[in-house]
Write a protein that binds this ligand. Structure first.
Ligand code: AMP
Ligand code: ZN
Length: 494
């Protein structure tokens, strides 16, 4: 099937053919949550991008071993626990639970391992010890630092300029700007009121970067295929991971580095002070389906900034409704004599377009366009009753196949209210009064009539659009031999 998967590698700055270390197998590490806070939709952009990558690799026949760390000890978690006066474990637990819950809600495939930093202190200590023995790390005031001038490849990932580097400048913070590149802490001396571990390299606690180096090699080996994160991870986190791992192991750490751009809200960086930090729960509370969120997150190419707006989310919802609507019509197809199964060439083209799009550095816009072209081509055939039951089944099966990658397909609607109105039944438009029930009926009637008119005029796009409008109102149409019937349903949900 198709050509090669091509992925943009931050290390080379180029889109490259993807060749795995072991044929048919991919070892994938994605930086997980720092559990000092509830995850926000920016985090979910990163995790959904990684999930799309993983699902596509599976779709293309790879076996994927996926590891995602849980950062449950670092500057932020320690500060949070100390502010609240609780243990690290107590402080981080609700955030770890929320992460798992939201992840399932967004239909993100679970990783094979979720190593927690606090459960891997011995592995980190061993790695720091190796770096000390190799002379690339040094002790200072009870802490241990990585000497970046001992690692000539430092800066290659983030393309930083080391010319102005002051040799021996040091910092303890886990996060810092490119402008202040310096020797970073591998192991931090105990501080009053902070948790620490008694170890053979002395008492203290790990820096943030060492955990990913230690845990990735434990579960994936010293060299693995793909490492992902958001662009904010490139420096210093991933730069430091490379330095630690390669200096200690003497082999290449990671072959492909993939980073997604940030999500912003209404064109602005998310910030508590702006009140524009959304969690998944905040969005679902407004009545959206988690798959609307997922659809929006994957619809923008991962290397472009994603501007989150509720308008964009509404558009994602409409796109999903269009798919649900289409699938509903396919399910309603009944066996009739004389019909032709003319859908196969369209399925073929859609599968080719979908795969080619995603092969091209996960170009989801192109992949989705191929899917909507299929809908556009099959709709008129459906309207003319030319799709056989077998053909309809094949289209449905195709959607099931691609939804293994997208995970956005609406579930078949379930009748909620059970109220069935009938087209042509005497519903006088005279009493367009205050009764919302009657008003809805009149409105639905009017739209059904416009749709019939559009169909009679072979304006299938218009007919489709009307059906979508109705679906957005929670109204599902059924074309029966006795005319159009409609029912009120709950909007498609999990
Ligand atoms: P953190 O919990 O801050 O360590 O972040 C977890 C993941 O979310 C990392 O891969 C970050 O790069 C990513 N991330 C954080 N903020 C955003 C954002 N606004 N847009 C996209 N990804 C983000
Ligand atoms: Zn990491």
């Amino acid at each position: 099937m198709g050509g090669m998967i091509r992925l943009h590698n931050t290390l080379s700055g180029k889109v490259e053919d993807f060749v795995s270390l072991e044929p048919g197998k991919v070892k994938l590490y994605t930086c997980g949550p720092t559990v000092y806070n509830f995850p926000h939709i920016g985090n979910w952009r990163a995790y959904v991008f990684e999930d799309l990558l993983k699902r596509f690799l599976l779709f293309r026949g790879f076996q994927v071993t996926h590891v995602m760390n849980i950062t449950d000890v670092d500057d932020k978690t320690i500060r949070g626990a100390s502010d609240k006066g609780v243990s690290l474990d107590e402080y981080t637990r609700p955030f770890i639970e929320a992460f798992g819950r939201d992840r399932d809600t967004l239909d993100i495939l679970p990783a094979d391992h979720y190593p927690r930093a606090t459960a891997h202190i011995p592995e980190m200590v061993r790695l720091v010890k190796t770096l000390l023995e190799k002379g690339v790390a040094y002790r200072k005031d009870g802490s241990i630092y990585f000497a970046i001038d001992k690692f000539p490849a430092y800066g290659r990932l983030s393309k930083i300029n080391l010319e102005d580097l002051r040799p021996g400048s040091r910092g303890d913070a886990d996060e810092y700007e490119k402008e202040s590149v310096h020797d970073f802490a591998l192991w931090k001396a105990p501080k009053a009121g902070e948790p620490f571990w008694e170890t053979e390299i002395g008492p203290g606690r790990p820096g943030w970067h060492i955990e990913c180096s230690a845990m990735s090699s434990k579960y994936l080996g010293q060299t693995f295929d793909i490492h992902c994160g958001g662009i904010d991870n490139i420096f210093p986190h991933h730069e430091n991971e490379i330095a630690q791992s390669e200096a200690a192991n003497g082999v290449k750490f990671v072959n492909y580095w993939l980073h997604c751009h940030h999500l912003v809200v209404d064109g602005q960086k998310m910030a508590k002070s702006r009140g524009n930090v959304y969690t998944l729960a905040d969005i679902l509370a407004k009545g959206y389906d988690p798959r609307d969120v997922r659809t929006l997150l994957i619809s923008v190419h991962y290397r472009k900034m994603l501007n989150f707006t509720f308008d964009a989310l509404d558009q994602a919802r409409t796109a999903r409704q269009r798919i649900g609507n289409f699938l509903g019509e396919l399910r309603d197809v009944t066996e009739k004599p004389g019909e032709t199964a003319a859908v196969e060439p369209f399925i073929h083209a859609a599968r080719a377009g979908f795969t080619a799009g995603l092969d091209d550095d996960l170009n989801t816009a192109e992949a989705l366009a191929a899917v909507f072209t299929l809908i556009k081509n099959v709709n008129p055939l459906l309207a003319r009753g030319e799709v056989s039951k077998e053909g309809a089944g094949k289209v449905i099966a195709f959607f099931a196949e691609i939804d293994k990658v997208l995970a956005i397909k609406p579930a078949p609607p379930t009748a909620a209210s059970g109220k069935i109105g009938e087209y042509g039944s005497p519903q006088g438009t005279a009493e367009l009064g205050a009764d919302p029930e009657k008003r809805l009926e009149a409105e639905v009637q009017a739209r059904i009539e416009s749709r019939q008119k559009a169909r009679a005029e072979k304006d299938f796009a218009r007919a489709d659009a009307i059906r979508e409008e109705l679906l957005a109102m929670g109204i599902v149409l059924e074309d029966t031999k006795d005319g159009v019937r409609w029912k009120k349903v709950g909007l498609p949900r999990a």
